[in-house]
Design a protein around this ligand. Structure first.
Ligand code: FPP
Length: 239
C-alpha cells in the first residue's frame, strides 16, 4: 500500500481545486443580476485555465454546480445550465488546441436534455490533451460520489486505491482554494482533499486573476507538508 509519506499526484504537476465563490455578491455590488456574476465567472475560468500549466498545475478541478445548488431559484439554475452549454459549445475547440483535456465530474442523469451529450462530445474532442486536465464538477456532491463509488466496488473491492480509482480521482488534491471569503468545503472532493493544503481568499471569483493564483501557489510552496509524519530535517538521527 502507498505510504502516507510518499503520496504524490499521479500526473505531472500539482492538482489544484477551486471553489469558485462570490459571483452573486460581485454582481450585487455592481447593481447587476446574479447571472452577470456567473457570466463574469466563466471569463475567470478561461483566464485561470490558460495560465494554470505555467504555474505548475497539471490538474485543475473547478466546482461549478453542487448537487445542493438545485435548491436555487429556477431562473438562476437555468442560467447556469445555459452557461454550461455555451461553455461546452464555445470552448471545446480552444481547449483541444491548447492541450487541455476536459472532464466533467458529478451526476449527469439530472442535467437538462442535450447537456450530457455535449459533455461527452467535449470530453471526446479534448481527450488527447496533455498540458492540463481541466475537471469541472457539475451536479456534484462528494458524499454522494463516495457512496456511489463504494457501492460499485462492494465490500470486497474496498481499499484506498480502489476507492480513489472508482472516484476517477486523478491523484490527491494538493491545493484547495476557495474564493469569496467563506471558509468551508461545501461537500467538495472530501476524499481526494484528505491532505490538501487550504487557501482561502476574500477575492470574489470574477475578480480572481493570475496574480491571485500565483499567490496561492506561492503560499502552497511555503507550506511544510508532512502528511501526518515529521519533517525529515527535524527528526534527530537515531543514536
Ligand atoms: C458560487 O457563487 C458560484 C456558483 C454556485 C457557480 C459557479 C459557476 C460559474 C463560475 C460559471 C458556470 C460554470 C461553467 C463551467 C459554465 P455564488 O453564486 O454562490 O456567489 P455568492 O456567494 O456571492 O452568492
Amino acid at each position: 500500500m502507498q505510504s502516507s509519506l510518499d503520496r504524490r499526484p499521479r500526473q505531472q504537476g500539482l492538482h489544484a481545486a477551486i471553489i469558485m465563490d462570490g459571483n452573486g455578491r460581485w454582481a450585487s455590488a455592481r447593481g447587476l443580476p446574479r447571472g452577470a456574476g456567473h457570466r463574469a465567472g466563466v471569463k475567470t475560468i478561461q483566464r485561470v485555465a490558460e495560465v494554470a500549466p505555467d504555474l505548475g498545475i497539471g490538474t485543475l478541478t473547478l466546482y461549478a454546480f453542487s448537487s445542493d445548488n438545485w435548491r436555487r431559484p429556477a431562473e438562476e439554475v437555468g442560467g447556469l445550465m445555459r452557461l454550461l452549454r455555451a461553455y461546452l459549445r464555445g470552448e471545446t475547440e480552444r481547449l483541444a488546441r491548447t492541450g487541455t483535456r476536459l472532464s466533467v465530474i458529478g451526476r449527469r442523469d439530472r442535467l437538462p436534455a442535450g447537456i450530457p451529450e455535449a459533455i461527452a462530445r467535449a470530453e471526446a474532442a479534448t481527450a488527447a490533451g496533455d498540458r492540463l486536465h481541466l475537471r469541472i464538477a457539475v451536479d456534484y456532491s462528494s458524499r454522494d460520489a463516495i457512496l456511489a463509488a463504494a457501492a460499485r466496488l462492494g465490500p470486497e473491492g474496498l481499499s484506498r486505491e480502489g476507492l480513489s480509482g472508482a472516484l476517477g480521482a486523478d491523484g490527491d488534491v494538493d491545493l484547495l482554494i476557495r474564493t469569496g471569503g467563506e471558509k468551508r468545503l461545501s461537500d467538495f472532493l472530501l476524499w481526494e482533499a484528505a491532505y490538501a493544503e487550504l487557501h482561502f481568499t476574500d477575492r470574489m471569483w470574477p475578480d480572481f486573476g493570475t496574480a491571485d493564483l500565483a499567490t496561492a501557489i506561492a503560499d502552497f510552496s511555503a507550506r511544510d507538508r508532512r502528511f501526518g509524519g515529521l519533517n525529515v530535517a527535524a527528526v534527530p538521527e537515531a543514536a
